[in-house]
Design a protein around this ligand. Sequence first.
Ligand SMILES: *[C@@H]1O[C@H](CO)[C@@H](O)[C@H](O)[C@H]1NC(C)=O
Ligand SMILES: *[C@@H]1O[C@H](CO)[C@@H](O)[C@H](O)[C@H]1NC(C)=O
Ligand SMILES: *[C@@H]1O[C@H](CO)[C@@H](O)[C@H](O)[C@H]1NC(C)=O
Ligand SMILES: *[C@@H]1O[C@H](CO)[C@@H](O)[C@H](O)[C@H]1NC(C)=O
Ligand SMILES: *[C@@H]1O[C@H](CO)[C@@H](O)[C@H](O)[C@H]1NC(C)=O
Ligand SMILES: *[C@@H]1O[C@H](CO)[C@@H](O)[C@H](O)[C@H]1NC(C)=O
Ligand SMILES: *[C@@H]1O[C@H](CO)[C@@H](O)[C@H](O)[C@H]1NC(C)=O
Ligand SMILES: *[C@@H]1O[C@H](CO)[C@@H](O)[C@H](O)[C@H]1NC(C)=O
Ligand SMILES: *[C@@H]1O[C@H](CO)[C@@H](O)[C@H](O)[C@H]1NC(C)=O
Ligand SMILES: *[C@@H]1O[C@H](CO)[C@@H](O)[C@H](O)[C@H]1NC(C)=O
Length: 388
Amino acid sequence: MFFLLLSFYFTIPAFAAGNSTSNSTHILLSCGTSETNIVDSNNLIWIGDGTTNYISKIASKTSQWPSQNPSVPTIPFNNARLFSSNYTYTFPLSPGRYFLRLYFYPANYSNLLASDSFMTVTVGPYTLLSNFSAWITVTALNYDYLIQEFSINVTSTTLNLTFAPSTKHPSAFAFINGIEIVSSPDIFSISTAYDADGNNKIFSYDEGMAFQTMYRLNVGGQSLARSQDSGNLYRSWDDDSNYIFGAAFGITFSNDPNVTIEYPPNIPQYIAPVSVYETARSMGPDPHINLQYNLTWILSVDAGFYYLLRFHFCEIQYPMTKPNQRVFFIYINNQTAQTQFDVIAYSGGIGKPVYRDYVVLTVGSGQMDMWVALYPDLSTKTSIMMQF
Ligand SMILES: *[C@@H]1O[C@H](CO)[C@@H](O)[C@H](O)[C@H]1NC(C)=O
Ligand SMILES: *[C@@H]1O[C@H](CO)[C@@H](O)[C@H](O)[C@H]1NC(C)=O
Ligand SMILES: *[C@@H]1O[C@H](CO)[C@@H](O)[C@H](O)[C@H]1NC(C)=O
Ligand SMILES: *[C@@H]1O[C@H](CO)[C@@H](O)[C@H](O)[C@H]1NC(C)=O
Ligand SMILES: *[C@@H]1O[C@H](CO)[C@@H](O)[C@H](O)[C@H]1NC(C)=O
Ligand SMILES: *[C@@H]1O[C@H](CO)[C@@H](O)[C@H](O)[C@H]1NC(C)=O
Ligand SMILES: *[C@@H]1O[C@H](CO)[C@@H](O)[C@H](O)[C@H]1NC(C)=O
Ligand SMILES: *[C@@H]1O[C@H](CO)[C@@H](O)[C@H](O)[C@H]1NC(C)=O
Ligand SMILES: *[C@@H]1O[C@H](CO)[C@@H](O)[C@H](O)[C@H]1NC(C)=O
Ligand SMILES: *[C@@H]1O[C@H](CO)[C@@H](O)[C@H](O)[C@H]1NC(C)=O
């Protein structure tokens, strides 16, 4: 029996609205409005882009959403800025890493059809979204709205964020409902990421690398709202159960009452909130059954990109206190990314979080399923020492 906690990423203050200190920024921009002091359901304060200097001199239209959809939060989705030509927002920022979140609610704004929106979104030299249709994406996923999250490294004192309507599609337009920028510590290259082929080769980060978040899952626990995140990063964490393959859900559990989560000095609390480490999913208690299946998550991704998978672990229940009690394999896309993973051996004890990063290159194009699986390693039961 074993468990994991997993989050999942893919690669590629001067004017701060809301709360900021001298070196931390949190901009919450509601696009297409000149209102100020817009308070959302998380008690975060948004500001209309029309009241700021971030917007471009180029003319753009604004629109309120045409129909009230009760499943869509009004902030920031109740208005949009619409672009028929390239349009750039310019943010003065201190150099460093930031989370950039783009909020899209594809609707028939003004006399435009939601299905005609195709856009490319760039920050400086980096293309974040290419020929992107929020409408096609929400339709495929059966969502109402989308929040696309990126981690970017700003190396100068301005960030230019450009929305470019497609020139290939007739009457294409671009639009945006909300833009959020949050300063972030370096949460990726501070740790070592290994190639997912099990050779323990270290993946080398490019300093300027931009990441797009594909999934961030709180395994064995509930979804966590932005306000429940650590490090003032306002990340949301989703319930993993929608991604489990087949009927083998294993069991979910939370920490024993006498186990408190204690972050070791090398794991800052902003890596993940306590709630992520306090819940887990494992296979059931019967080793004979467990040997017959892999506990598997299936995550739909775009082929042709590098993906970074960050696995968060923490032993949270007695009697799991010693090495060799729970040892398992980690498979990514049917390759053995890790043999003999032993949470206690890595973390140093019960209640101590640890995380591990793997990078996998997916080949081909179009959508594909990323397979993430765990399997118990019983061969170590008799061994006295394990080496890592
Ligand atoms: C802000 O600056 C202080 C002092 O330079 C530093 O200790 C702290 O980590 C910085 N905070 C952030 C969020 O970058
Ligand atoms: C800003 O900080 C104050 C005091 O710490 C807090 O009461 C308020 O909720 C914060 N506002 C936002 C938008 O985070
Ligand atoms: C937009 O209008 C078209 C044509 O009237 C309609 O078929 C479509 O369902 C509308 N789309 C949305 C998202 O409301
Ligand atoms: C953009 O995407 C649409 C819908 O997937 C596709 O039909 C079109 O060929 C794409 N255009 C370009 C230039 O890639
Ligand atoms: C952003 O755009 C402005 C105006 O075009 C330009 O002066 C500035 O150099 C750009 N900044 C970056 C980082 O590209
Ligand atoms: C608009 O942006 C697109 C995508 O970045 C670029 O290819 C195009 O040259 C830009 N058009 C103009 C007129 O600047
Ligand atoms: C951001 O880029 C700068 C300059 O290329 C580099 O020195 C720095 O290490 C990078 N920071 C992160 C967090 O990637
Ligand atoms: C914590 O509680 C468990 C039972 O839930 C017990 O087995 C264990 O010995 C306790 N540990 C400590 C340190 O009290
Ligand atoms: C992994 O193996 C399963 C069958 O065991 C197969 O259906 C799936 O396509 C494979 N996934 C990848 C990414 O190779
Ligand atoms: C678990 O997944 C691995 C990698 O895809 C595969 O080799 C193995 O046969 C699977 N085991 C079971 C019991 O399905």
